[in-house]
Design a protein around this ligand. Structure first.
Ligand code: BDR
Ligand code: CA
Length: 311
């Protein structure tokens, strides 16, 4: 059983990732941390609780973290996900509480109170909360088993600017701090999420799942993907965030390389770019395992299997 903390800014693809974890008998979700990203924190913190209540998992605690990136104003993506982050379906207002503890302190508490290398962090928003945790307690990075982060891009180019992927663009200083922390990091860049397209057929599989959660996500994904469909061509759009959770369950479905990754934080043209030394042309330290490929069919099987166990 893998013990996992989720750090997220939901968003429908975040929702699919969270539900894939909650539906798996092989993952124990220790808590879910909200961060500002796709939409402001008050929406992401509410969306985390909406998903937990949808999954009937009020036993899992929800935490709110950073309201803004470490060193710059928040850039959000309402143009993709709508004002609330979940505009495609009107989920009921949540009634479960948000915990009083800051998400960064929850991460520190869990990592420090459990055996070293026992916790995986699946992060699929800007890395602000995690950078704060690592900064507040220098021991945290070395005690995490692995951080699996959806972020960055290798050769696909960016999805916010020509150079930068959204999660890295929003808080490049946080990404830089986490990547230089010495923690074991697995990175899921756009190069892999662009190989895991959600198509009309796959949305149909959500819709006809025969439970409550599947059809709701068919609606949410259809809404969010209206934007991507203009961009990637009709009938397909990347499914970003579940790559992190599926990695925890079935790492053999992915392939990549241990490499050096540095984050551009200064250039007006390329801020948030992940500079990945794929060919080993520098002798900089390998600080992340960067994934480049996935068996998309099996990836969706894992998601559907988890969703099938949900109410
Ligand atoms: C990332 O940006 C967000 O909009 C998605 O949820 C995903 O985490 C993809 O660039
Ligand atoms: Ca996300």
């Amino acid at each position: 059983m893998k013990q996992v903390i989720i750090d997220t800014d939901p968003g429908p693809d975040d929702g699919v990732a969270i539900l894939t974890a909650l539906g798996s008998p092989l993952i124990e979700v220790l808590g879910i941390c909200a961060v500002a990203g796709n939409v402001p924190l008050h929406h992401t913190a509410r969306n985390v609780r909406k998903i937990l209540e949808l999954a009937e998992r009020q036993d899992v605690k929800a935490f709110a973290g950073a309201e803004a990136p470490l060193a710059r104003p928040l850039f959000t993506a309402e143009y993709v996900h709508g004002k609330t982050g979940f505009d495609g379906y009107d989920l009921p207002e949540p009634t479960m509480p948000i915990q009083p503890q800051h998400a960064a302190d929850f991460i520190i508490q869990e990592v420090m109170s459990r055996p070293a290398k026992s916790i995986t962090i699946c992060a699929f928003g800007p890395l602000t909360n995690l950078a704060m945790a690592i900064e507040r307690d220098g021991r945290v990075a070395g005690r995490i088993d692995q951080i699996v982060w959806m972020g960055g891009a290798l050769s696909e180019g960016g999805n916010v600017t020509p150079a930068a992927e959204f999660n890295c663009y929003v808080d490049p200083e946080a990404a830089a701090r986490v990547l230089s922390s010495g923690a074991r990091i697995v990175m899921m860049p756009l190069d892999v999420t662009h190989k895991a397209h959600v198509t009309a057929d796959r949305i149909e599989r959500f819709r006809t799942m025969g439970n409550k959660v599947g059809p709701i996500f068919a609606r949410l994904l259809t809404y969010a993907k209206r934007f991507d469909w203009q961009k990637y061509g009709a009938n397909r759009a990347p499914m970003h965030d579940p790559t992190t959770v599926v990695w925890v369950l079935r790492p053999e479905l992915f392939s990549g390389l241990p490499v050096n990754v540095e984050i551009e934080t200064n250039s007006p043209l390329t801020t948030g770019m992940t500079v990945i030394d794929w060919w080993g042309v520098t002798n900089r330290q390998k600080n992340a395992y960067v994934v480049r490929d996935v068996d998309a069919e099996s990836f969706y099987d894992v998601i559907f299997e988890s969703f099938g166990r949900l109410p």
